[in-house]
Design a binder for this molecule. Sequence first.
Ligand code: G6P
Ligand code: MG
Length: 218
Amino acid sequence: MFKGALFDLDGVITDTSILHFEAWRKLVDTFFSSELPDSLEEKTKGVSRTDSLKVILKHLDVSVSETMFQQLLVEKNAYYKEALQGISSEAILPGVSDFISELKQQQVRLALASASLNGPFILDKLDLRDSFDAIVDPRSVARGKPAPDIFLAAAAALKLKPSKCIGIEDSIAGLRAIKDSGAFSVAVGKTTELQKADLTLSTTAELKLTTICKAYFH
Ligand code: G6P
Ligand code: MG
């Protein structure tokens, strides 16, 4: 049986990935009078705020000064934080609370392995902070997802080998990070690339201990 569960946040615990992309769209509209195609959403999922902005500027084919780059990061976060004001435990995705309870009953320890600097703030809003034994500060790892660093740090924070952990992700970058960490990968979503996980579920409502154990021991 696995002893640790390493959770991504946006798109796994709560659906804030939509709010992230809406904030990017607002930024691009305000500063560049331009629109972002839907296809860019996946490329900004799981990757840091800085890396997401790089992806977006590349798409727009614009270069900005370092000062402007920093200002854009601050503005994007302000839009995002504004959208987060209203969220509460009602924003926890279906099945997640029950799954966390099941894990706790089996003494599985929980760590947050999110690239978001807003992770602790969001967990507080969702009233979930106490459920987590560790929260990795994304600034403490050398490389962001798709590098495995944050999942390795999350397992280490639980004092567990990655092979004794499951990692749960909704992004392609995050799935690669879990796989390269050596943890058992659980992907949530319908994208083709997510089928490469050890176990792929179409929604969080399918996050059930029996389902995961069956795949883990297979
Ligand atoms: C998650 C999201 C990304 C976001 C990143 C940083 O990984 O999936 O879309 O860019 O966190 O979030 P932050 O809240 O620090 O801007
Ligand atoms: Mg995610």
